[in-house]
Design a protein around this ligand. Structure first.
Ligand SMILES: NC(=O)c1ccc[n+]([C@@H]2O[C@H](COP(=O)([O-])OP(=O)(O)OC[C@H]3O[C@@H](n4cnc5c(N)ncnc54)[C@H](O)[C@@H]3O)[C@@H](O)[C@H]2O)c1
Length: 342
């Protein structure tokens, strides 16, 4: 390992620049390379942080000054690049969803484990004060037995969002569209907070973005392993974008979040509290979601330095992907589908 933890960000499209900036800003971290086939994207991003643009990821994974390969590529390329990185002894950060389906995600998790490197999937919305506080309240039993746990993600993406990155909205390169790309954040959060989902009944439809293959509007009802029930709604077809909503109801109270901030806290005898001053000072904390990216990248630096697992591991990403797959399968079969992490 080099003195600071060296990052290479692979993929300089929509989300890659956020990773590059945060790798450069993390305490003890350093951005060494940005890899993108497209020079117009890769070179300026690399140069902004004193790093090198490298068009070929196979060159990146061989570099001695790189400790962590941070994969921000189209979803179907995650396994290939993460496997090459792991085989070269590099730790891996990978954007959500970690792959197209559970089988490929499992392969990715296994290859990292076999080579003894850390794998950290990005689920940035877990690291916002409101979601973390809600998670802790549910897990402390403050809400009592859970009855209902729902999420709504009603957003807007223009046609150009899909046409400018041709892999988006396709089955073979993205594994779906609105649900697997945007909705998976909500599935991850709601299952992290309320526990694993047992069975789903889903409707995955293309109602507005007719030029894509997969869903732009998906809903599902589901039953948790705990016996609680819930609803997920996810769309990229609603203008203007509505606030993302999470709602949890237990025998002893209710919590509601809008855009990951607590807007209702009806929990007997327990206060929600406030984010710490350190948390408020994180880059992007005013927007919440970026702060999660920073927190995770900083955590990977400490995980490599201190030789301890990162705050989210590959295994943590499998259940939400299995739920997404089950919802798509339910649309195809027209019936309820059991969620299985094979
Ligand atoms: N956590 C979040 O909030 C968040 C936000 C956006 C995207 N994402 C995820 O990040 C991943 C990337 O999404 P995006 O929207 O940034 O994609 P994008 O299409 O905007 O960017 C992908 C980049 O990868 C480059 N690329 C493609 N193939 C390559 C190869 N073989 N070698 C090197 N470069 C290559 C492209 O030139 C492009 O610049 C997806 O898995 C997506 O789901 C997560």
């Amino acid at each position: 390992m080099t003195q600071t933890v060296g990052f290479a960000v692979v993929g300089a499209g929509l989300v890659g620049p956020r990773h590059a900036e945060f790798a450069a800003r993390a305490e003890g971290g350093s951005l060494r390379a940005v890899c993108d086939l497209c020079e117009d994207r890769g070179r300026p991003l690399a140069e902004r942080f004193g790093a090198e643009w490298v068009p070929d990821y196979r060159e990146v994974v061989r570099r001695e000054d790189v400790d962590v390969v941070d994969v921000c590529l189209p979803t179907a390329l995650h396994l290939e690049v993460a496997a090459a990185a792991a085989e070269a002894g590099k730790h891996v950060v990978v954007e959500k969803p970690i792959e197209l389906n559970v089988d490929r995600a499992r392969e990715l998790v296994d290859v990292c484990r076999r080579h003894g490197v850390w794998l950290m999937p990005i689920f940035n919305r877990r690291f916002v004060f409101g979601t973390r506080r809600t998670h802790d309240a549910v897990h402390n039993g403050d809400l009592g037995k859970l009855l209902l746990a729902d999420m709504r993600f009603k957003s807007w993406r223009p046609a150009s969002y899909y046409s400018e990155s041709g892999w988006r909205g396709t089955w073979d390169k993205e594994g779906g569209a609105a649900l697997i790309n945007q909705g998976i954040h909500g599935v991850d959060l709601i299952t992290w907070i309320a526990g694993p989902i047992k069975r789903v009944q889903g409707y995955a439809r293309r109602l507005r973005h007719h030029h894509i293959e997969a869903d732009d509007t998906t809903i599902a009802v589901y039953e948790y392993q705990s016996g609680a029930v819930g609803v997920i709604e996810c769309t990229t077809s609603v203008q203007p974008r509505q606030p993302d909503v999470l709602e949890l109801h237990g025998e002893r109270g209710s919590i509601a979040l809008q855009n990951y901030r607590i807007v209702r806290w009806d929990v007997d005898g327990v206060e929600p509290g406030e984010p710490s001053s350190e948390e408020r000072a994180l880059p992007g904390a005013d927007k919440g979601v970026d702060a999660g990216h920073f927190f995770q990248i900083q955590d990977m630096v400490y995980a490599v330095r201190d030789r301890r697992p990162p705050v989210i591991t590959g295994e943590d990403a499998l259940h939400s992907l299995a739920v997404v797959q089950a919802i798509y399968e339910s649309e195809r079969t027209g019936g309820p589908v059991d969620v299985q992490v094979r």
